[in-house]
Design a protein around this ligand. Structure first.
Ligand code: NAP
Length: 242
């Protein structure tokens, strides 16, 4: 029987890399984003080329009612979500003291609130089936904190704490909850960096380069295929950076 995996924020970057890691026949792949419908369709076509069934489900996962509709639509098409990848996220760079209340709410609702929304609709079926995986895409800044990314760091710190706590709550139901704390991954999120800034960033990373979306995808896939005894972990994928 095919397993259904839902990946939020899969129009580009890390989410697309994760979708491609599930592009084989054993999976129904549900991909989501908020605005970039053409790019989301492109992700779906790339996944379908490799033999998996894949459909697009645009929705704003920072909003509870929209997330409910998203899960209703995925269920109608593919049945219960067996694997939930909470990847959708945004960053806002700047001094904390200059951040508006609206920006604060936008980043917290997108990066952390979306986990409440998606988990809320995914968990009941997983508990009924006594089986499920939740993987949260977090950041090393949730561990170390970053200047000029205070709200982002707070949101990802929240993701890490939620991961550890939810893993304990769901382990008796054979549901594993883990997070991948990414370092610098080569996506649009970092494309604001100038060439000089990129060079000094790369110099700080022991591996000497940024990570790729495909590498995040491969780690997500190996967590899904791997031991059901691994849960509650925040796994750093950062080339030895932090
Ligand atoms: P990205 O290239 O900017 O892509 C972000 C994705 O999230 C897009 O698909 C976007 O959809 C989607 N999204 C944003 N808000 C959404 C919402 N409210 N509802 C549904 N989808 C939404 O970013 P990325 O670098 O791939 O980042 C993916 C995740 O990895 C994020 O959680 C980020 O914090 C984390 N991360 C990234 C890095 C890095 O260096 N890149 C490092 C650490 C952690 P649209 O295309 O429609 O806007």
């Amino acid at each position: 029987m095919c397993k259904t995996v839902l990946i939020t924020g899969a129009s580009r970057g890390i989410g697309r890399g994760i979708a491609l890691a599930f592009a084989d026949k054993g999976y129904n792949v549900a991909v989501n984003c908020i605005h970039s419908i053409d790019k989301l369709q492109e992700t779906a076509e790339l996944v379908q080329k490799s033999g998996a069934s894949c459909k697009i489900f645009p929705a704003d996962v920072s909003r509870y009612e929209k997330t409910e509709e998203l899960f209703d639509n995925v269920k109608k098409e593919f049945g219960n979500v067996d694997i939930l990848i909470n990847n959708a996220g945004i960053s806002i760079i700047g001094l904390f003291q200059d951040m508006t209340r609206d920006e604060w709410e936008r980043i917290i609702n997108t990066n952390l609130g979306s986990l409440y929304n998606c988990c809320h609709f995914a968990i009941p079926d997983m508990v009924n089936n006594k089986c499920g995986k939740i993987i949260n895409i977090s950041s090393v800044w949730g561990i170390a904190g970053a200047s000029c990314e205070v709200a982002y760091s707070a949101s990802k710190g929240g993701v890490n704490a939620l991961t550890r706590a939810l893993a304990k709550e769901l382990a008796p139901s054979n549901i594993q909850v883990n997070a991948i704390a990414c370092g610098a991954i080569d996506t649009d999120m970092n494309h604001f960096l100038s060439d000089d800034e990129l060079t000094s960033l790369t110099d700080e990373i022991p591996a000497g380069r940024l990570g790729t979306p495909g590498e995040v995808g491969n780690l997500v896939r190996s967590l899904c295929d791997g031991s059901s005894y691994l849960t509650g972990q925040i796994i750093q994928l950062d080339g030895g950076w932090i």
